[in-house]
Design a protein. Structure first.
Length: 117
């Protein structure tokens, strides 16, 4: 399911990306996942991915993300406690859905396992 962030919320403040209170946004630059380096709550799905991505051969880093950078990314995703979803558009920039990366993120997330209760 593609999410049109231009209609859902504005994660942009002063041309720099921030995350929303119920989601984290991540970008794929062709080499790894980029989380915006900005004040944010680190949601549970983001935390799980940051822990499990290296074991799946996917680099993950925090870096400033500005609107001018959007076209340099091959895909974008939002994460929250309900899972991971591709982003279809941010403002006037159409983002492609990288199905292989989406599957890799899903596999990394699901590899975390469950905590015993």
């Amino acid at each position: 399911m593609a999410v049109n962030l231009a209609e859902k919320y504005s994660p942009i403040v002063a041309e720099r990306f921030y995350t929303e209170s119920v989601t984290n946004i991540a970008f794929f630059d062709g080499t790894g996942i980029v989380w915006p380096a900005a004040p944010a709550l680190h949601g549970i799905t983001m935390q799980i991915l940051k822990q499990t991505l290296p074991a799946h051969g996917i680099a993950s880093r925090r870096s400033p993300v500005r609107t001018a950078d959007l076209r340099s990314f091959t895909a974008a995703f939002v994460t929250n406690a309900r899972g991971i979803a591709p982003v279809g558009q941010i403002d006037d920039v159409t983002m492609t859905t990288d199905h292989d990366m989406l599957q890799a993120l899903t596999d990394a997330y699901e590899s975390a396992g469950w905590d015993p209760i």
